[in-house]
Design a protein around this ligand. Structure first.
Ligand SMILES: NC(=O)c1ccc[n+]([C@@H]2O[C@H](COP(=O)([O-])OP(=O)(O)OC[C@H]3O[C@@H](n4cnc5c(N)ncnc54)[C@H](O)[C@@H]3O)[C@@H](O)[C@H]2O)c1
Length: 281
């Protein structure tokens, strides 16, 4: 297989997507803004694949082949030969719009432009290009090599052909595509985030301790993680941003972010990544 998958962004999600695409046999061109970010992405891929080697789920030479299929670049022109580019840069509408405009110029006319955004409108990203029919959401879950789901999001102009090609690619990556329309939070975050937000309200109102809230949801609902621990894992700033997208986009007060969530974000208590959230790390 010599088809090229372009990946923009070598962070948590981008390097995971590059890894699964290379493992499925595709050549990958991964782009980030500096060599430092690219190296960090490649070392995350190396570590993740090494875990599979250690567990005898992958041969050492296969690991080397997978890594050999990934080319890292800072130049956007290197994405010209890709049949699809999957964007996984920082969650910022202006940045993503500019990037889609640029990708529209550098890629071939048939190339699909996909975004891994958690909350930005695919229709808006499509409107930044001259090919909105070829713009689509591919919402991978974290950690990408482990999680089976790809939420496939259709913008208002996304064509059936683009959708079909993305479903086929997702299956080749060993993932399960599930379709949804472009709507704030899509399905995953529209259902997940209000649950997390409600758990924060329960803590805020003194209904129960953090341990009780998480324990009740784990033992009672069979969730692998409690909602507060999950919020810490996702990042409280990310949770707040998504609640704001739901609130603004759907206009219903039931989506208002809990004041305690705002306060934690103001304090810089962002969860696992900052050493403190609802738990201490
Ligand atoms: N982390 C998650 O759990 C998760 C889950 C699903 C979706 N997402 C979405 O995936 C996207 C990426 O999130 P992440 O957690 O990987 O972020 P991250 O901060 O780990 O990585 C973002 C990367 O994008 C790079 N970048 C910024 N501007 C760029 C540009 N113009 N060109 C190339 N690279 C650029 C940064 O240097 C960084 O390496 C976001 O849209 C996010 O909403 C994240």
């Amino acid at each position: 297989m010599s088809e090229i998958v372009g990946v923009v962004g070598a962070g948590t999600m981008g390097n995971g997507i590059a890894q699964v695409a290379a493992r499925a046999g595709y050549r990958v061109v991964m782009r980030d803004v500096s060599d430092e970010f690219l190296q960090r992405g490649m070392s995350a891929i190396d570590k993740s694949l090494q875990r599979d080697v250690d567990k005898a789920r992958l041969a050492l030479d296969e690991k080397a082949e997978i890594i050999g299929r990934i080319e890292t670049v800072t130049e956007t022109s290197a994405l010209a030969g890709a049949f699809i580019v999957i964007e996984a840069v920082t969650e910022d509408l202006r940045l993503k719009r500019e990037l889609f405009k640029m990708l529209d110029e550098v890629t071939g006319p048939d190339a699909i432009l996909a975004s891994n955004t958690s909350s930005i409108s695919i229709t808006k990203l499509g409107a930044a290009t001259k090919r909105p029919d070829k713009v689509i959401g591919m919402h991978f879950m974290n950690p990408v090599p482990v999680m089976k789901l790809v939420e496939v999001i259709r913008g208002i102009a996304t064509s059936d052909e683009t959708h079909a090609r993305v479903v086929e690619l997702t299956e080749k990556l060993g993932k399960t595509p599930l379709e949804c329309q472009d709507s704030p939070g899509f399905v995953s975050n529209r259902v997940l985030m209000p649950m997390i937000n409600e758990a924060i309200f329960a803590l805020y109102e003194g209904v129960a301790t953090r341990e009780s809230i998480d324990g009740i949801m784990k033992l009672g609902m069979n969730h692998p993680m409690g909602p507060l621990a999950l919020a810490d894992f996702i990042g409280l700033d990310v949770c707040l941003a998504i609640m704001n997208v739901l609130h603004e986009g759907l206009g219903d007060p039931k989506y208002r972010a809990c004041p305690l969530l705002k306060k934690y974000v103001d304090a810089g208590w962002l969860g696992k990544k900052s050493g403190r959230g609802f738990y201490e790390y």
